[in-house]
Design a protein around this ligand. Structure first.
Ligand code: TYD
Length: 212
């Protein structure tokens, strides 16, 4: 656990609507007068955004699974030290659009790299473990429909790949029932927003934040 501050991650297949819900949660925390920082993976830092371009560029068809795994881990190492740890030390709530669970689902399970992903990412994440993970669950076919025509390198992977990602998330949720809250991404934006806030408020109250 992180000690001071609270670290909340959002996970889900492509097109699960994470960004919309992250924005709504951010606005609610601001309204509650709670210091909050939003960030995303891969990216969230100048260096991370450059790494992101390399990873997601549809032209990089030669990229091996291992290279992909290390690039995500490299972006994570940078954001953990540059953004997440400092904000947590200031007592802020950090909301991260994807974190280590994405690597476990996409590289560990779907690319078949297995345990290596966790082994590489433990030093990369520098011991960071989310206090709470909101997993917005969506059927892969539906999620990909929602991403429209402009697909990045990961979204261009075939449907079997995205089904394995969903299986990866199912395993992660099963293994971490206290940390991971699974919600149905097809529910209305307002209903989801309310469910997410209820879950976050309970977790923050336990960490000593005053929330309404
Ligand atoms: P992004 O545009 O941020 O996708 P989304 O809006 O769905 O979050 O692109 C990130 C892509 O990278 C997404 O397809 C998931 C993938 N990814 C991994 O494969 N491993 C990782 O460790 C992370 C953080 C993301």
């Amino acid at each position: 656990m992180t000690g001071a501050g609270a670290f909340i991650t959002f996970e889900g297949g492509d097109g699960s609507g994470k960004s919309t819900q992250i924005k709504l949660l951010h606005d609610r925390l601001v309204a509650e007068n709670i210091g909050v920082v939003i960030t995303r993976e891969p990216g969230g830092t100048l260096i991370g955004e450059q790494i992101r371009k390399v990873i997601l560029d549809p032209q990089n068809i030669e990229m091996t699974s291992k290279t992909e795994m290390f690039l995500y881990a490299a972006a994570r190492a940078q954001i953990a030290d540059e953004v997440i740890w400092p904000a947590l030390r200031e007592g802020k709530v950090v909301i991260c659009d994807r974190f280590l669970d994405s690597s476990v689902a996409y590289q560990g399970v779907a690319r078949g790299l297995g345990r290596m992903v966790e082994e590489v990412n433990i030093p990369a994440a520098g011991g960071l473990v989310p206090d709470l993970t909101i997993y917005l669950k969506i059927e892969p076919d539906e999620g990909l429909d929602r991403t429209g025509n402009r697909k990045d390198r990961m979204e261009l992977q075939d449907i079997m790949y995205h089904r394995s990602v969903a299986e990866g998330y199912r395993m992660i949720a099963e293994r971490n029932p206290l940390r991971v809250k699974v919600l149905d991404a097809t529910e209305s934006i307002t209903l989801l927003r309310n469910k997410i806030w209820d879950t976050v408020a309970v977790r923050l109250a336990k960490k000593g934040y005053s929330v309404r």
